[in-house]
Design a protein around this ligand. Sequence first.
Ligand code: FE2
Length: 210
Amino acid sequence: MENSISGVNDILNNQDGVYQFLMKIIAGRNSEIGSHLYRIQKQAILFSQFADLSIKETGIFIIGAGIHDVGKLSISDHILNKPKKLTASEYTLVQKHVEFGFNFLEPLRLDSRINEIVLYHHENYDGSGYPDGLIGDKIPFLARMTRILDSFDALTGDRPYRQGFSHSEAFGILQKESHLYDPKLLQCFGRMLDSEKVPTEHFSIPYAHI
Ligand SMILES: [Fe+2]
């Protein structure tokens, strides 16, 4: 799939530079998180088309989705790489990554929608998410899109205790838990999967991007 970041460079200017900078730092620190972000950034390009985003919104979305977990830089390797279940206090700390990431980005004065993706990508449509328990359309639109990509990538990836789900299995799980997601965006995402343009393999970030 072609990386269309270059196509919107003129609109995004230094925001793309910031994206590249952060991506290399994240991938250098933790290649699993780097690969997760890289896959999501690729899917964000396609999802933008199915959700009818403008060119500018597409550029914002690609960058925001591509660095949404930047706050995990503040979490120790011990916790990030822990193969066992996290303790309650570790889990609370991991949840803080959305605020850590927002605080990293704030001084950079990027488009505010990028910061919103980072802060709100774990909000659930029914209000059960974090950090603020926002409900429905109160959750910024691009954060709602990122939420779907994030869950899908987690489901399709292998875990120490299970193999990754297939695309159709993973989408079935998203539909069962549809209260967590924007229903219209979930439909768009389903159409995107039906298009069979989404690579089925769980690829890693190329070394050249680290
Ligand atoms: Fe996250």
